[in-house]
Design a protein around this ligand. Structure first.
Ligand code: EPZ
Length: 416
C-alpha cells in the first residue's frame, strides 16, 4: 500500500490550480443516464471515485470515452443493477437509483453500508421515490425499485440531504407532473447539477434554495458542459497556506462558495484577498483559536471540519468544534494527538487546546477528509510524518503530493 511521507516546516508559497469538484462530477456523470446520445463533460477531476462511477456506468451498458473531457453515451442501458462490489467502495453510487428508475422504470442498487463517518442511511431517498409512486423493496441487501412512470409529488426532506436532493431532482425531471422538494439541500453542487439538467431540457426552478420545483418533461437530450471547481479542495489548500504561515494563490476556484470558511480564517488571523478567478491566502502572525459549528450550506462545511481542527491544534487558545452533520467524524483526532495535539472529544464536539508545535509521526488515514487533516498537520509538524492507507486521500484529492510539492512542501509518495 502506498504511503505519503512529509518533512514538515516549509512555508507554502506560489500558486495552485483547483480541480473540478468530486461532489458535483458524481451526480452530473450519473445524470447522463437520463439521456440518449453523447454527453461531453469538461473539468472532470482525476480521482478514484470518478474511476469507480465510470466502472459502474459501464456495468450498466453505458459507453464511456476519455477522462476529461469525459464522453458518456447512455443510449443502450442493458443492466439496471448496481452491484455491491462497486457500491461498497463508493456510497455515492446511490446516485444512479433516481435516474435509472426515471429512465428505465426499474433499478436494483445495493444498499450502501455504513461508512467510517456515520450510518449514512438512504431512507429519505427511498421515501421520496415512494412518494412519487415507486414500489420499493429491500431484499438481500439491495434496493429494488420499480415505477412504470414516476408521478410528481410534494416531498419534504426531514434532513437537507445533498445526494437525496440530487437523486430525487434527477428522478423528477422525467416524472409525470410537477415535483416540489421542500427542505432541499442548497449546496453549490446541487446548483451545478440543476444547471446541467436544465441544459439537457429539464425544467428545474429554485436550485440553491430550500424549495426546488421540477416540472416533468418527456425526455432529455445530451449536452456538453463543465464541472464547477472543488470548493473543499480549495478550502483545504487555504487552510494549508495559513497553517504553514505561507502565502498562496489558489486559482480556478469560486470564492463565493467559500464564505463560511473565509469568515472563519479571517477570524483566525489569516489574510485573504479575493482575486479574479481565485483568491490569495497568507498566514497571520499567529493562529487565533476560534469556535466552529458545521452546518449544511451556506454554513461551515462538514467536509472542512477535519482540516480546520488541524489548524486549531496550533491555535493560541481553546477552540470548540461542533460537528452537527455526521455522528462520527472525529477519527482524525486520535491521529492528531499522536502528533502532539491536545484535543478532547465530548459527544459531537471537539475541544481543541492549541499547542506550540506538532511532531511528525506515523499516522493512519481513516476517511477522505481525515487523511487531508493529517497531511496538513504533517506540513507544519517538526520532523517526519508517514501517512498510511493513502487510498482514502486518492478518492477526493487530485495529485495532492504534486500540488503541495509545487508550493514548496517536502512531500513524496512511496509506492508500497
Ligand atoms: C454529501 O454526502 C457529500 N458527498 C459528502 O461529502 C458531504 O459530507 C455531505 O453531503 C454533507 O455535505 C457527495 O456529495 C458525494 P447527506 P451525502 O445526505 O449526500 C443524514 C466528502 O468528503 N441522512 O447530505 O451522503 C446523513 O446520515 C463526502 O466528499 C439520513 O439520515 O450526505 C447525514 O447525517 C463525505 N437519511 C445527514 O443526513 C438519508 O436518506 C446529511 O447527509 C440521507 C441522509
Amino acid at each position: 500500500m502506498d504511503k505519503i511521507i512529509i518533512y514538515g516546516g516549509e512555508k507554502l508559497k506560489g500558486e495552485v490550480r483547483i480541480s473540478g469538484s468530486k461532489n458535483a462530477a458524481l451526480p452530473i456523470i450519473a445524470s447522463s443516464l437520463l439521456t440518449e446520445g453523447w454527453n461531453i463533460l469538461h473539468n472532470i477531476p482525476a480521482l478514484a471515485d470518478i474511476t469507480t462511477i465510470k466502472k459502474l456506468l459501464v456495468s450498466l451498458g453505458v459507453q464511456i470515452e476519455g477522462d476529461s473531457p469525459l464522453r458518456i453515451n447512455a443510449s443502450n442501458i442493458t443492466n439496471c443493477e448496481a452491484s455491491y462490489d462497486l457500491v461498497k467502495t463508493m456510497r455515492a453510487s446511490i446516485l444512479v437509483l433516481g435516474p435509472l428508475v426515471a429512465r428505465m422504470g426499474r433499478a436494483r442498487v445495493s444498499l450502501p453500508g455504513g461508512c467510517a463517518i456515520g450510518a449514512r442511511p438512504v431512507n429519505l431517498h427511498l421515501k421520496a421515490l415512494k412518494d412519487m409512486g415507486a414500489k420499493i423493496d429491500l431484499r438481500d441487501g439491495y434496493i429494488e425499485a420499480e415505477a412504470s412512470k414516476l408521478k410528481g409529488a410534494k416531498i419534504y426532506f426531514d434532513i437537507a440531504t445533498v445526494t437525496g436532493t440530487e437523486n430525487i431532482m434527477m428522478a423528477a425531471t422525467l416524472a409525470e407532473g410537477t415535483t416540489l422538494l421542500e427542505n432541499a439541500a442548497c449546496e453549490p453542487e446541487v446548483v451545478n447539477l440543476a444547471d446541467v439538467l436544465n441544459h439537457m431540457g429539464a425544467k428545474i426552478y429554485g436550485a440553491g434554495t430550500t424549495m426546488i420545483e421540477i416540472e416533468g418533461v418527456e425526455s432529455l437530450h445530451p449536452v456538453e458542459d463543465t464541472i464547477m471547481p472543488d470548493r473543499i479542495e480549495a478550502g483545504t489548500y487555504m487552510i494549508a497556506a495559513g497553517l504553514t504561515g505561507g502565502d498562496v494563490k489558489i486559482m480556478e476556484c469560486e470564492p463565493a462558495h467559500l464564505d463560511a470558511l473565509i469568515n472563519k480564517l479571517n477570524e483566525a488571523g489569516m489574510d485573504i484577498t479575493i482575486l479574479d478567478g481565485g483568491l490569495r491566502v497568507a498566514g497571520g502572525e499567529k493562529i487565533i483559536s476560534v469556535d466552529i459549528k458545521t452546518l449544511p450550506y451556506p454554513g461551515f462545511p462538514t467536509d472542512l471540519q477535519a482540516q480546520i481542527v488541524a489548524l486549531m491544534a496550533l491555535g493560541n487558545g481553546i477552540s470548540v468544534v461542533r460537528e452537527t452533520v455526521f455522528e462520527n467524524r472525529f477519527m482524525h483526532v486520535n491521529e492528531l494527538m499522536r502528533m502532539g495535539a491536545d484535543i478532547i472529544v465530548e459527544g459531537n464536539s471537539a475541544i481543541v487546546r492549541g499547542v506550540p508545535m506538532l511532531r511528525g509521526a506515523p499516522v493512519m488515514a481513516t476517511d477522505l477528509r481525515a487523511s487531508a487533516s493529517l497531511i496538513l498537520a504533517g506540513l507544519v509538524a517538526c520532523g517526519k510524518t508517514e501517512l498510511s492507507r493513502v487510498y482514502h486521500i486518492d478518492r477526493g484529492y487530485e495529485c495532492i503530493e504534486k500540488k503541495l510539492s509545487s508550493l514548496g512542501a517536502r512531500i513524496e509518495r512511496v509506492r508500497g
